[in-house]
Design a protein around this ligand. Sequence first.
Ligand SMILES: Cc1ncc(COP(=O)(O)O)c(C=O)c1O
Length: 310
Amino acid sequence: MTVLVFLDPAFADGRIVDAGKPALMATDQGATRGDGIFESMLAVDGKPRKIHRHLDRLASSAQSLELTIPEPEVWQRAIATALAAFADDGGGGAAGGGGGGAAGGAEAVVKLVVTRGVEGSSAPTAWVQVSLPPEAGRLQRENGIDVLLLDRGYDSTVAERAPWLLLGAKTLSYAVNMAALRHAHSNGADDVIFTSSDGRVLEGPTSSVLLAHAEGEGGTRVRRLITPALDSGILPGTSQSALFGAAKAAGWELGYGPLVPEDLFDADAVWLISSIRLLAPVNHIDGREIGTSDVRAALTAELNELIAAT
Ligand SMILES: Cc1ncc(COP(=O)(O)O)c(C=O)c1O
């Protein structure tokens, strides 16, 4: 079940198209060059989560690619149209909506896509897609994941030196990220943590990396949440930043890298966090267990509560 709504100046609330029929020109530069940007956000019970963070990051990706994109209000109307059509198709009910995950309620994936448009035209192509979340993500939230460290081949200062690599933008060019995931799968792992050529921990192909330390007990308990430095050529995660806000209010200490793989192995827990799968606890990295299953489960439950409240 997929709903597609194109942003079209002739339709104030967006133009619904049949997702089973061709809707894109074969000469669209999103298809021919991967030249475009996207966002993926979770909707729970028909309401998009963190919508402003996603629209802000879409605008920042657009700026990196020098793309002119529709205004936030236009996106919001098209998103509302798409979610209403999805609910009408039966996607809003608990049975069809992916079940109650860490977010609670019926879940849907809302994807915003903008391409540079058809070759020879200066008008971008923009649309909203709503679909059910993949079942695999829900299982990984619950059971955790095994991860491989893979070298991304760039050093951690390249983003500033070579902005044309678009490392902090969420571009449509995700073939490399998908290849890294296939590599992990063919080697018996579920996911990947990229490292830089100078040995820093970066991000997953579709997620941010988090680690936690928890020391002491009761009133003397200190809990620290750390993520790689945001200027190391990674995508600033909307989930990481929302969780950091909630964790700070709940008394967690927060930190930003540089991090090296040893920091991951020394942590009490490591997660890959992203908007759709949410918090996926990492059981093993390169075959080595991270912390203990009890501590991982307790910290994951604590952070899941904070996420649900964001
Ligand atoms: C490369 C990369 N890093 C991090 C993230 C996490 O971002 P968010 O929490 O906004 O979903 C994503 C999400 O898809 C991603 O593709």
